[in-house]
Design a protein around this ligand. Structure first.
Ligand code: HEC
Ligand code: HEC
Length: 243
């Protein structure tokens, strides 16, 4: 599927300098995630245009080293792993540079859920890490949830619950999420949270800074922070005490 244009090219074909997509992002990533990083439901490919650089870099690393997408039941994760398998580290870096410069995309809702019930669940079980606005937090390594498609979020929650994501012994972030989603026991609760996330995305859309003004943050400075503390605090706080 990727840049197999050899067969079609004739001797007198347009010279390579013509306006054909040649960047790594447009030739490889866009074949699944779309030219604007908007995602493609049929392929299970998420919208990635709204994601912050640190998170993208971390996930690329996980796909590459098998901490994500290597589970035998993770069909979509396997597609992603295979999709980038042939790329070098510098090609991936080039693709990420292009990705983080894209504008955020918003998405129509496809799932029904009760946003009021979802807000309650979100405040009790998600907000401490993903923040009041759903933008996540670098120090917790918690993803930004705004700008993702609802079906993708729903699917990921199921993946964490079933251990299809967050299965690797060294994936500490995944382990935190696995614990957090264990509080959502019914599918309807997941749909309700997702409905509330749609509200958050509307209220607090991701506004990306211009690429040049957003220097990459190196995770190495944060390695000493133990975010499991947060979850312990959450566990101890009775949901009824704080309202
Ligand atoms: C063959 C199709 C395919 C290609 C090519 C591909 N991806 Fe993906 N990508 C996917 C799928 C499918 C997922 C969802 C995996 C899952 O469900 O966990 C994904 C997930 C991701 C994620 C995780 C998003 C999140 O919210 O956690 C990132 C980041 C990403 N891709 C970036 C890229 C970049 C950058 C490239 C190009 C270098 C690329 N992908 C190429 C299919 C692809
Ligand atoms: C203890 C902190 C913590 C709590 C509480 C928490 N999360 Fe997370 N969440 C994370 C971290 C860290 C990640 C990144 C996981 C990874 O790197 O794979 C994450 C990832 C996710 C993702 C994947 C996003 C993507 O782009 O693929 C979703 C969806 C998500 N969280 C939703 C939720 C929901 C809904 C709740 C509440 C039920 C919740 N989280 C509670 C820390 C947390």
């Amino acid at each position: 599927m990727q840049c197999q244009e050899g067969e079609q090219r004739e001797v007198d074909a347009t010279p390579p300098s013509a306006a054909t997509p040649t960047s790594v992002f447009q030739t490889i990533c866009a074949s699944c995630h779309g030219p604007m990083g908007e995602g493609d439901r049929a392929l299970g490919a998420p919208s990635i245009a709204s994601l912050p650089r640190w998170y993208v870099e971390e996930q690329m690393q996980k796909f590459r080293n098998g901490q994500r997408g290597a589970h035998p039941q993770d069909i979509n994760g396997q597609k992603m792993r295979a999709g980038i398998a042939s790329l070098s580290a510098s090609e991936i870096e080039e693709a990420v540079d292009e990705l983080v410069a894209l504008s955020a995309v918003s998405h129509p809702r496809t799932l029904e859920g009760d946003a009021v019930a979802g807000e309650q669940l979100y405040q009790e079980h998600c907000m401490a890490c993903h923040r009041f606005n759903g933008h996540g937090e670098l120090v917790f390594r918690s993803a930004s949830l705004n700008g993702l498609q609802d079906w993708y979020v729903f699917h990921q929650l199921g993946n964490f619950q079933q251990g299809i994501r967050g299965y690797h012994a060294e994936d500490e972030s995944g382990a935190k999420m696995r614990k957090a989603v264990s509080y959502l026991t019914r599918d309807q609760e997941k749909r309700d949270v997702v409905a509330w996330l749609a509200e958050l995305a509307r209220k607090f859309p991701v506004k990306k800074p211009a690429a040049s003004t957003a220097p990459p943050v190196r995770p190495s400075t944060l390695d000493t922070l133990d975010t499991l503390d947060t979850l312990d605090t959450l566990d101890k706080a009775s949901p009824h005490k704080n309202r």
